[in-house]
Design a protein around this ligand. Sequence first.
Ligand SMILES: Nc1ncnc2c1ncn2[C@@H]1O[C@H](COP(=O)(O)OP(=O)(O)OP(=O)(O)O)[C@@H](O)[C@H]1O
Length: 237
Amino acid sequence: MSLTLTDVTLTYADGEDRLTALDRVSLEVPRGTLTAVVGPSGSGKSSLLAVAATLVTPDAGTVTVDGVATTGLSRAELTALRRDRIGIVFQQPHLLPSLTAVEQVQVMARIAGRKPRSARGRAMDLLDAVGMAGQAGRRPHQLSGGQRQRVALARALMNDPTVLLVDEPTSALDHERGAAVIALITRLTHQRAGATVLVTHDRTHLTAVDRIAEVHDGRLHGAAPVRRRGGCGAVPS
Ligand SMILES: Nc1ncnc2c1ncn2[C@@H]1O[C@H](COP(=O)(O)OP(=O)(O)OP(=O)(O)O)[C@@H](O)[C@H]1O
């Protein structure tokens, strides 16, 4: 199993009380599958993603990423784990204004200490995989919202993470572009045999995902399979 949350409880300070954002949540995401987590605003979706990303330590329960149990790891060990095994696509792409699309992706390799020359080739291959090879030399202000999300997706995949965590990738997109981005993420998940969790409040985009889990008031309900895995194709690895 590539990502496993077991009995995860997370609380936040709320005046003199504690607010329970996640209540004994368990989730298993095998390689080669995408699980969509849906639920209303405030139900705990972003909290779940933050715990899975090891950005927030739960009050109780365990998180295992690509076979590595995260409980008790030092801050430096968690940083290395995130860098090497977890890709994150945030709600806003957060691209650097002065960099071209290919440089946005390439910069991740520098952080991981890879050679710049091989990194450029891989960055181009990834832009190609997300349908952005033709815009590799453009800066963020020259790209549409959907194109920026595609660049952010390529960037998240640069270090070949096992686990991909995606937060509301469609919030700034119209329906057609939103559905296209989710279909692309699903396809890449299958091709790369990665484990993806995608959080969204909008179910209408979820026509091609493998499983849908619902979160209400911090409780996770089911992860029902919605279809079988698709075919495989070429993606840089
Ligand atoms: N840092 C924080 N401190 C205190 N309470 C928080 C904090 N972050 C989130 N919460 C609370 O925890 C609950 C879950 O929030 P979370 O952001 O996980 O929900 P969400 O489903 O992602 O919502 P949305 O769809 O609106 O982004 C909410 O009641 C929220 O108010």
